[in-house]
Design a protein around this ligand. Structure first.
Ligand SMILES: Nc1ncnc2c1ncn2[C@@H]1O[C@H](COP(=O)(O)OP(=O)(O)OP(=O)(O)O)[C@@H](O)[C@H]1O
Length: 257
């Protein structure tokens, strides 16, 4: 399911953050959103999720404008792995992951079916968190909890998977492992995935397309090779860098000090 963002504007109070974002995010692709701190990357994801309401423009998911979806339909269509979770209650990991099935319950008094439990078990195994399932979700390390958040989002069985810095708390090995899994899911299930990523090299390695946000707009959009150039990085991050290319043509950024 493609995402079309057309002329989207959004403000927190009087402060305009998204100043006319135009971008098309293709189905079956992993798209990375890059840009300096505070440029509005998370705000854009939350608008696509329908959690924040744009003041202008259109967000079209699979041909239908966001406003045409009921809340339940939207929750079955789009899942977010947030940067932080507002989890406060001492919930067990398995209960937390099962919450991904809530939009699929026929009615709230019906409870989870055997199928719901099987789906959540499958993704706990996939994310290698099966051994934590009896643990309180609050007792996990940052990187372990990020895997729980991804398992919950996948349990939701969405067409669109939004990831807000999904590897920020992970060591390099787990970060690469997670990105490999996300890319595999995107390819196998034809998911549309959008990930906010700060690590330019991780983005280059795993993303099919990149969107570089500057000044509240999607200023540069293209393949990693098109977007990660020394000139663009200097302009956007005020960073002097050397960009080298591997045998597959992927660019890698070495900051110069
Ligand atoms: N609830 C809010 N109320 C007011 N301002 C907010 C709110 N949430 C975010 N902002 C501001 O909006 C701007 C964009 O925030 P956002 O979280 O979208 O940035 P980001 O590009 O994801 O940043 P980062 O890379 O640091 O995570 C920032 O200046 C932030 O302080």
């Amino acid at each position: 399911m493609a995402i079309e963002v057309k002329g989207v504007r959004f403000s927190y109070g009087k402060k305009e953050i998204l100043k006319g974002v135009d971008v098309r995010i293709n189905k079956g692709k992993l798209t990375g959103i890059l840009g300096p701190n505070g440029c509005g990357k998370s705000t854009l994801l939350k608008n696509i999720l329908g959690y924040l309401k744009k003041s202008q423009g259109e967000i079209i998911l699979g041909g239908s404008e966001l406003g045409e979806y009921t809340q339940k339909e939207l929750a079955r269509t789009v899942a977010l792995v947030p940067q932080k979770s507002s989890l406060m209650s001492p919930m067990k990991v398995e209960e937390f992951v099962l919450m991904g099935r809530l939009p699929h319950l026929v009615s709230s008094w019906q409870g989870y079916s055997r199928e719901d439990r099987e789906i959540s078990e499958k993704f706990m195994e996939e994310m290698d968190i099966g051994r934590f399932k009896e643990r309180g979700a609050l007792s996990l390390s940052g990187g372990e909890f990020q895997r729980v958040l991804l398992a919950r989002a996948l349990t939701q069985d969405p067409d669109i998977l939004l990831l807000d810095e999904p590897t920020s708390a992970m060591d390099l090995n787990h970060a690469v492992e997670l990105m490999v899994k996300v890319r595999k899911l995107v390819r196998e299930k034809g998911l549309t995935s959008v990930a906010v990523i700060h690590d330019l090299n991780l983005a280059s390695m795993f993303c099919d397309e990149l969107v570089l946000m500057v000044g509240g707009k999607a200023k540069y959009v293209g393949t990693p090779k098109e977007v990660l150039t020394e000139e663009i990085l200097k302009e956007v991050y005020n960073l002097k860098s050397k960009v080298i290319t591997d045998d597959d043509g992927n660019p890698y950024v070495i900051p110069l000090v």
